[in-house]
Design a protein around this ligand. Structure first.
Ligand code: NAP
Length: 283
């Protein structure tokens, strides 16, 4: 039997629809959620992401600013810009599009963003709050993964979740959120010798490695939920995930496509974080 397809696009549309009422109420109370996206340089992929973020803001009636600065911008100039937006009351979320040019230290920039406006969830204090289970703005892609699971009835509680990849933006926070949702979590990475064997034990398999079609059908337990975070560009220009979708389709119970799976959730969770941050400013 073929796996059920998890459409991130349609789940994302539903969440945005649900957010509309909250946005309207907040606006009636005099607060318009505001997001600033800062783009340093002209990386083509980043340009597309930034455009999509601005479009989502427009669709939901947010206030949004896109600040484009040249690749030669110094670290001090960027820090100064962040300081300005930290203090600007109509801005509830600050996102600095990564990657940054080599001469700018990413950590210094992330650390400078006010925690309450850290809608990417990358600030060390946000990460710490996630770790200890305190209220926090959660990183967007990982929280999107959890939404996909819950909204398809695949609640992580009591399940064995295997996460392949341990980056700070995908693997580690996904693992931590799954743990918070009461899954039993195994984390694999490039130094794990027996990944296929571990992956085959997963009720929920989350893959974020950046290797096209790494996961084959013999890595997947029949009926498992497979969430593919990977986005890879093939030589023919097409996008593919870290999971060999066609190969795994007959074994998995549920699977996310690439594109149209995890991807659309990331921007929606960014919108949700901005809304949450704006709501917090209500007296
Ligand atoms: P990353 O920082 O390069 O981390 C990759 C992780 O995968 C590392 O932990 C690495 O292990 C592990 N890894 C690499 N090759 C492996 C292998 N052969 N077997 C097992 N583990 C392996 O990448 P990332 O930023 O987490 O991104 C991962 C993927 O997700 C990329 O395709 C990226 O484009 C995609 N992504 C998508 C979204 C979205 O919105 N859909 C958002 C973010 C990222 P080590 O730690 O041992 O090196």
């Amino acid at each position: 039997m073929s796996a059920q397809i998890i459409s991130g696009k349609s789940i994302s549309d539903t969440i945005r629809e649900e957010m509309r009422d909250e946005v309207d109420q907040l606006k009636q109370a005099g607060i318009t959620p505001g997001l600033v996206v800062i783009l340093v340089g002209e990386d083509p992929a980043s340009q597309v992401y930034v455009r999509n973020k601005a479009k989502a803001c427009e669709q939901l009636g947010y206030y949004s600013e896109v600040v484009r600065v040249p690749a030669e911008t110094t670290q001090d100039e960027l820090l100064e810009l962040i300081k300005r937006y930290n203090e600007q009351a109509n801005i509830h979320g600050i996102l600095v599009q990564l990657p940054l040019p080599k001469h700018i230290e990413e950590k210094a920039i992330i650390d400078a963003i006010a925690v309450e406006k850290d809608v990417d969830g990358f600030h060390p204090e946000s990460v710490g709050n996630l770790m200890i289970g305190d209220d926090a703005l959660l990183p967007c892609t990982p929280s999107g993964v959890i939404e996909l699971l819950k909204r398809t009835g695949n609640h992580p509680a009591g399940k064995h979740a295997v996460v392949i990849g341990r980056s700070n933006i995908v693997g580690k926070p996904v693992a931590m959120l799954l743990l918070r949702e009461n899954a039993t979590v195994t984390i694999c990475h490039s130094r794990t010798p027996n990944i296929a064997e571990l992956a085959r034990q997963a009720d929920i398999l989350v893959v974020g490695v950046g290797v096209p079609k790494l996961v084959k059908k013999d890595w997947v337990k029949p009926g498992a939920v497979v969430i593919d975070v990977g986005v890879n560009r093939l030589p023919d220009g097409k996008l593919c995930g870290d999971v060999d979708y066609e190969d795994v389709l007959d074994v998995a119970g549920w699977i996310t496509p690439v594109p149209g799976g995890v991807g659309p959730m990331t921007i929606t969770m960014l919108m949700a974080n901005t809304l949450k941050s704006a709501k917090r400013t209500q007296a």
